[in-house]
Structure formats: structure tokens, C-alpha cells
Ligand binder design. Structure first.
Ligand SMILES: Cc1cc2nc3c(=O)[nH]c(=O)nc-3n(C[C@H](O)[C@H](O)[C@H](O)COP(=O)(O)OP(=O)(O)OC[C@H]3O[C@@H](n4cnc5c(N)ncnc54)[C@H](O)[C@@H]3O)c2cc1C
Length: 357
């Protein structure tokens, strides 16, 4: 088949939800096109597998930012998922919503429906909170949210230390107040990663009106005037065109979607000219002003050998025990998000403390 009602480009966090919800209507023919392959890999579903997929490029685009003057002229590594589930198949699984004030600010800027109180019902609907339903949490949704099954003694020491230093112990970063320190809840089910593909796509993948194409990279959006009519995809050496009766939806991620627009001739003429791409729809701002948060790793030499150290004899013994623990109970270090505890601070508090120190 080459004609569908909806073509969704990118089977990541957003794409899997769209594929599920749009194909709920049996009259809709839906096609999901994903550049990566199947996600049926232990490295995806065993939570600590991210220790391999994130740095080593499996199921991962392994992007790099251009050298940034504000980053001491370094080109910062930007991993992004390349498989069904997209980045939700390689991420740290921390279940953290945005800050209430950010949503309210978006709404105040004219984005109707985006205030926190308006998005909260959707967060609740998506969720199966294992702790039960409350004002801020829902049950019965596809995305399973659980307390962490791995609670490393160093993660616990971090919480204890921060509380001793005067921080608030916060058992729920998605409750009434985000401030404080505590354990992160995770998008896991029974000790396995609950990616967007696991939550939304796999349960419905056999629907007769849903076609999922993996290992198929969209090369460009086909335009008729300024209207998207279809996409051209590449699978191996084969190029083919797919057409959409209703909509082409780009959910190829914060990097992939604007890149695809530019490759399709949608963007600023100047930028497209410099790459010899015909400008078919002049649109300023495409592929610009990306803002990302830095992830800083502080590496400490732990003389007590309580951390994870497969290179040391004690660490190896512990590692073998952890594998057995995971096989039998889906617990232990292999169930770890690798970022088990953390905190949310107000910037002015840190600033004041730093000045005092
Ligand atoms: C290492 C890492 C850790 C993270 N940790 C967390 C966390 O703990 N908690 C949290 O909430 N968020 C976390 N995030 C962020 C979160 O995972 C992303 O914000 C989210 O997954 C983005 O969803 P998306 O649908 O926009 O894009 P993605 O999930 O990245 O999906 C985009 C999909 O489009 C596909 N694609 C791209 N280009 C094309 C093309 N041309 N043709 C076809 N397919 C294409 C990609 O292969 C991918 O599958 C993390 C992200 C990373 C990378």
C-alpha cells in the first residue's frame, strides 16, 4: 500500500502515541515510518542497558552539536534514540513532568490549552501510577510509573546528605511541589523499561489499519504548493513514495523534524541556498534556537568500592549477583535507571548559598 490517511514520521515517544490514538478509529489507515529498527533487544528493555546504548551508539543516532563558544568551543555529544520508542527506548526513564510555571507561561504567551491545569488531565490519562490515583496522578493509563527497584547506597547517601544540609525530602517530584530531593519514579513495568513503544505501540501493533515500517528513513516531505502530500522514504537502496489523504505528521524529534523540513525545502531561503536545496516554502526559524540542558557527570574515585565497578574483583562478584537478582526478581542494579536519586532546587537558593560559601 502506498496511500494512507495519516503518515507519521518517527516512531519515538510522540510517534508511538500518535500511531495508537489515530488507529483507534478503524476507518483511519495509519502508517508509522521509523528510521531505526526493532526495539526487541535486552539492551532496550533491561533498564541498565542504557549504559551501553547511550555512549556506544546502539539504537542511537549519536549526534554531536557543532562547536559552541559558550561550551568552551567543545562539540557536545547529543544521543538520540533510533529504534521503535525513539529516545524513550534509551533514556533514563525518570518520570518528571515540566514545571507548572513553564506550562502557565506558555499559555500566557497565547498557546491555548497549555496551562498546567489544562495539561494535567492528559498526564493523568497517560499514566498508570503504581502508588494509586490522586489529584496529580492517574491509574489505568498505558505508561506505567513505578518506584525504583534499584536503590543504590550511594544514591541514598546523596538524599541523606542533602536533607542533613537542610533540603526538603520530596517523595513526589510530580506532586504539589517539585522542590527538594528524593528518589525518582521511573517509567518501568515489573522491572523492565516501559518505553513509548512498550506502552502504546506493541499492544496495538496487529491492528489491520496500522502499518509500521522500520529501517525506513524519510528523506523528504513531498509538497504540493505549501501542502504536505506525502513522504519519500529510503529502505536500504530502495526509494519509494507514500501519500497521505489527510495528514503527514512529523514526530522525528527535536533534531529530526526540523532537519527533515529543511531537507524538504521548508526553511529560510538563505540557509537552504547554502546547501543547494530548492526553497519550496520560505519559513524563518526552522532549525534554529534549539535549547538543551547540559548533563554534567561528576566522576568520583570511591575508595569504599561500594559503587559499580566491574573492573574490580569485588565489583565483578557483585555484578554476577546482580545478574542473578535481575533474572529471578527483576531487581538489583540491572533494574537501575542509572540516575536513581536527585533534586530540584530554586536557582536563587543555590546562588545565595554559593555566595555565603
Ligand atoms: C540519553 C537520554 C536520556 C534521557 N532521559 C530522560 C528521562 O530520564 N526522563 C525524561 O522524561 N526524558 C528523558 N530524555 C528525553 C526524552 O527521552 C525525549 O524528550 C523524548 O523521548 C523525545 O520524544 P520525541 O518523540 O520528540 O523524539 P524521539 O523519541 O527521539 O523520537 C524520534 C524518532 O524519530 C525517528 N526519526 C528521526 N528522523 C527520522 C527520519 N528522517 N525518518 C524516520 N524516522 C526518523 C528516530 O529514529 C526516533 O525513533 C532523555 C533523552 C536521552 C537521549
Amino acid at each position: 500500500m502506498t496511500e494512507f490517511d495519516y503518515i507519521i514520521v518517527g516512531g519515538g515517544s510522540a510517534g508511538c502515541v500518535l500511531a495508537n490514538r489515530l488507529s483507534e478509529n478503524p476507518d483511519h489507515q495509519v502508517c508509522l515510518v521509523e528510521a531505526g529498527g526493532s526495539d526487541k533487544s535486552p539492551l532496550v528493555y533491561i533498564p541498565a542497558g542504557a549504559a551501553v546504548t547511550v555512549p556506544h551508539g546502539m539504537h542511537n543516532w549519536q549526534l554531536n552539536a557543532m562547536k559552541q563558544s559558550t561550551m568552551n568551543n567543545r562539540d557536545i555529544y547529543c544521543p538520540r534514540g533510533k529504534t521503535l520508542g525513539g529516545s524513550s527506548s534509551i533514556n533514563a526513564m525518570l518520570y518528571i513532568r515540566g514545571q507548572k510555571q513553564d506550562y502557565d507561561q506558555w499559555a500566557a504567551q497565547g498557546n491555548e490549552g497549555w496551562s498546567f491545569n489544562e495539561v494535567l488531565p492528559y498526564f493523568r490519562k497517560a499514566q498508570n501510577q503504581e502508588r494509586g490515583a490522586s489529584e496529580f496522578h492517574g491509574t489505568g493509563g498505558p505508561l506505567n510509573v513505578a518506584d525504583p527497584r534499584s536503590q543504590h547506597c550511594l544514591s541514598e547517601a546523596f538524599i541523606r546528605g542533602a536533607v542533613e544540609a537542610g533540603e526538603k525530602d520530596n517523595p513526589d517530584f510530580n506532586g504539589a511541589d517539585q522542590e527538594g530531593v528524593g528518589w525518582y519514579q521511573v517509567t518501568q513495568k515489573e522491572g523492565q523499561r516501559c518505553s513509548s513503544a512498550a506502552a502504546y505501540l506493541h499492544p496495538v501493533i496487529d491492528r489491520p489499519n496500522l502499518t509500521v515500517m522500520t529501517d525506513s528513513q524519510t528523506a523528504r516531505v513531498i509538497l504540493e504548493g505549501k501542502k504536505a502530500k506525502g513522504v519519500e522514504i529510503v529502505r536500504g537502496v530502495v526509494r519509494r513514495k507514500l501519500f497521505a489523504r489527510k495528514e503527514v505528521i512529523l514526530s522525528a524529534g527535536a533534531f529530526g523534524s526540523p532537519q527533515l523540513m529543511l531537507l524538504s525545502g521548508i526553511g529560510s531561503r538563505e540557509k537552504l541556498d547554502s546547501h543547494n536545496i530548492d526553497c519550496l516554502h520560505e519559513l524563518q526559524g526552522v532549525g534554529e534556537n534549539l535549547q538543551e540542558h547540559p548533563d554534567v557527570l561528576v566522576v568520583v574515585n570511591d575508595k569504599t568500592a561500594s559503587s559499580v565497578a566491574f573492573g574490580r574483583p569485588l565489583g565483578m562478584v557483585r555484578g554476577i549477583k546482580d545478574i542473578a537478582k535481575y533474572i529471578h526478581k527483576k531487581e538489583g542494579f540491572l533494574a537501575s535507571s542509572l540516575a536513581e536519586s536527585g533534586g530540584v532546587w530554586r536557582f536563587y537558593k543555590i546562588f545565595t548559598r554559593c555566595r555565603k560559601a
